[in-house]
Each structure stands twice: as structure tokens, then as C-alpha cells.
Design a binder for this molecule. Sequence first.
Ligand code: ZN
Ligand code: ZN
Length: 360
Amino acid sequence: MSSAGSAGGNRAARVSSQLDDLGVDVLLVHGAANRRYLSGFTGSAGVLLIGSERRVLVTDFRYTVQAREQAPAFDVVEAAEPLDGLADAVAAAGATRVGFEPEHVTYAGFQKLEARLGELTPAAGLAPVDRVVERQRVTKDPGETAILREAVSIADQVMARAAAWIEPGVTERALANRLEAAMRDLGAEGPAFDTIVAAGPNAAMAHHQPGNHRIAQGEPVIVDLGARLKGYCSDITRTFVAGAADETFRRIYALVLDAQLAAEAGIRAGISGRAADALARDPIAAAGHGNDFGHGTGHGVGLEIHESPRLSTRSEDTLAAGMVTSVEPGIYIPEWGGVRIEDLVLVQDDGVEVLTQAPK
Ligand code: ZN
Ligand code: ZN
């Protein structure tokens, strides 16, 4: 399975094999999730250099011991000044064309790196390389899928507690705090993102911050949470009602659930992110609530909570087997509230496996 080390070696080898096509001698990996994915190293500071054969992790003294343990496929270089360590690694690799991740390097960092590499003999130049590691991360290997299943299972168990703990008088914030504590009790490293509890009119805001609002009888309550486990994120939303549901709630809930189930029934490898989005969006629009569904139907999850693919009206992605994505349509009505239902699914050739097991 995915001992970080062996997975790290194979994953880095895939990057190595693309360097020629990318037109660079080495790739510098600054992105934290990409660094962890390729090497297994979980520290907060460090840069990878991936060459056709060379694999170097430049970090500082705080992390050297940890890096050698976690990233056995990499030569760990301790550098008091990371820029010097990187320049030395580039020179040792004989590289003059150095790829970097433009999305993960600040402009100031780029300027310093460019100046430093320009001083080498021969001088090395920088070339932006677009999302090469992210493209690899989008389909999950069996080791990653196994971890995601565990993270989903924790989220399912926490959501069962939410169902039991929602009652009139409880504040959004108190419930969110309790849910996050439950996650840790169940073995999560922590929440994958700030837990959302949005009750009554607050549920009309897709990303409401839990506050002092007290849940009242008959209000819709959106709970959106995820557990982080071994770096990987889960993501689930359920919508509850405290006490008896009124006619509006029953109608909106049924509509969102139908749309969510239609998307899960229709998604499979080969369809576009736009077509997947439309599976949920069309029935909601047909019922006259198209303008009340203002976000995308889904997003990939993995080491980051929002990854490719995107399931939205503007998506450029095509779904493939092994991708793990959320399916989360919602309807939000100002002053009344909202309903969102979200599962994680594993895309397969002929459909999806719904990973989320919590009742809906
Ligand atoms: Zn969510
Ligand atoms: Zn989500």
C-alpha cells in the first residue's frame, strides 16, 4: 500500500519521466501538498528538486531528522539558507533549465531564486511548469483511496452525532465545537476545514461561519464538515431540521436530494465536469430554483479540500476512473434558509462508488 516512502519514489519517478517533454532539466516543487505527495515529508518547510535521476529535499535543521525518516527516496540536504541549498542542488544536478511551480512561489521568492540561479556557472534559468504534480494527484492510487475511505468513515460517524445533538436552543458555534472535538476523538488529526453549522436564515449562506445563533424549532440546519486523516480530507454535508419540518422544507429537501441522487447515478468516467454539474443543476433549474443554486456541484478532494476535478458550469475537466469528488447541490433562499446534501464518490468506468454512508 502507500508507505509514504515507496509511494514517494514511484510518484517522483513519474515526474522525472516528464521532464524532457516539459523542456526542463529539473523541477522544483514548492507546493506543500505536492511536496508531501511526492516525498512523504510532512514538515512545513522544504523544497524538492526532481531530476531525471536525482531526488533532493532541501530543508532546514528543524526538519532534517523527520525528513530522512519520511522521505527515504530523497537525499535530504540541510541548509541554513534554503536558497543556497537549492542553488547547490541545481548546480550539482548540472541543470540549466529549472522548472518551478508558479502557483506556489511568491513573486518575491521568484525574484530571489532567479537572481541566485543566475549567479551559477553556467547560469540556470527558471521556467514555469503548470500543475504537473496536481495533474498526477487528481486520480487517487489504492493507498490514497484507502485513507480517504477512513477519513469519510470518521465524517460519517461525526455526522451521526450531529443528528443526535441538534435541538432547539443549541448555538451553531457550540455544535461546531463539539463536532470538531468528536472528530479528534475518533482519530482524525483535526477538521479538514472549519466546520459549518448554519441554522435558519444563516443556512441561506453557502459558507456561513457558525455564530451565536440558537437553533430554533422548524429551522433548516446545514452541517458541513470533514475530517483530516494522514493528510487527506473528507467532506460531507447534511441538512437537518430541529423539530417538525414544514412544507417548504420538505419540498426543497426532496428537490435537492433528487438532484443529488441523479448526479450520483449519472457520473462515470469520461463525462465532462460540466455534464456532471448539469446532472444536478438541470432538475433544480427545471423546478424554478436555478438562481438559488449559486455554486458548483462538486470538487475533487485529497491532500487538499478543494482539488481538481471541478464539477461546475465553467469546468474544463473530464472525469476519469480513480478520481474522488464531492457531489453537493444546494438551494439557498434568502431569509428562509437552505438545503445542501454532499457525499464523496469514487469515479469508476461504469458509474461511481458512493463513499459516504451517512443517511440522507
Ligand atoms: Zn462540504
Ligand atoms: Zn465540498
